[in-house]
Design a protein around this ligand. Sequence first.
Ligand code: EPU
Length: 357
Amino acid sequence: MLVEKNVPLQSLNSFHIVAKAHALCRIHSQDDVLALLQQPQWAGADKFVLGGGSNLVLTGDVKPLVLKVEIGGRKLVAETAKAFIVEAGAGENWHDFVAWTLVQGYSGLENMAMIPGTVGAAPVQNIGAYGVELQDRFESLDAIDLDTGHVFTLNAAQCAFGYRDSVFKHSSSGSLDRHQRPIGLKNRALILRVRFCLPKRFVPMLGYADLEKKMAEHACPQPSAQQVFDWVCEIRRAKLPNPALIGNAGSFFKNPTVSVEQCADIIARDPKVVHYVLADGAIKLAAGWLIDACGWRGKSVGQAGVYEKQALVLVNRGSVNGADAATGGEVMTLAKAIQTSVYERFGLMLEMEPVVL
Ligand code: EPU
């Protein structure tokens, strides 16, 4: 296996931060991982699995061996009376995969169009948008244990999906919980392939306000999956920056969940606070609104800024392919200043979404 040294990462992270990997290996197949693990120099080395780099803040050069996942392939693997089971290689671009499923006649992923990143990264943070999360369409995945080379399959319960969360975001303890679920696979498992369960009966998911607006505008109460896909693309283009042109990592903070009492306290501070009641009675607040209310929209620290059209997104105001890009330090200084001001005004500490390396 070829391990490249001192590899520039600016084009491999969607923030386009300038940094290098001390060592990087491109993984095209399961056998590539096994071959790498047979090399004594790399078998025991610390490793970092890189997909599309779209949920990442690099604060310096990366010392662990970077495994850049480039495993391709997409196919129908099974069909039941009610669903198509479709599989994609972890290195496939997520949006291209969603577009491909629709061309094949498989609906169900259209609300998650245009989410940056790869198929293999999608389960890691249980990506979601416009009322649908990856876990709603997930069947199973195959991964390889980077300590042992053992290939294993996980179902949805074993992935322990939560809001922008899964077993892959938590550190390894090497043990199983009482349901025999692995605890913590962060930096230990490399996802090889993901399978999706796409229902044959198409039910458009239109509960999200932006989609309801599109439906009314187009006077189209029963849109096709392709129509929903097109609307989601339009909505995202209108309010989210294209990472190819403006570096960013999507939503920078998670939307916080609070109790009814905490929400009442926040409403007392500002009655206009945007909030939604969840099925379990807890309340979700819009982090973008909280940041906006603190006056951060459009502000900058060095070359790191708060996007003008959506305050939940931090952007690189420098170039995407030059040395004047925002640094990871600037992004983190801005993120911490936002956390402090939201805490001082609303008594809530926002949790960051991207991985900081
Ligand atoms: N808002 C403001 N000011 C802002 C930004 C938002 O007042 O600067 C208000 C909006 O007016 C709206 C509310 O906040 O009332 C929510 O905003 P929006 O509908 O844009 O969604 P979001 O909660 O900010 C979440 C996801 C996005 C996903 C959208 C659509 C998280 C952390 N983010 O954003 O996911 O695309 O909903 O489903 O859950 C991502 O994870 O990278 C991501 C982009």
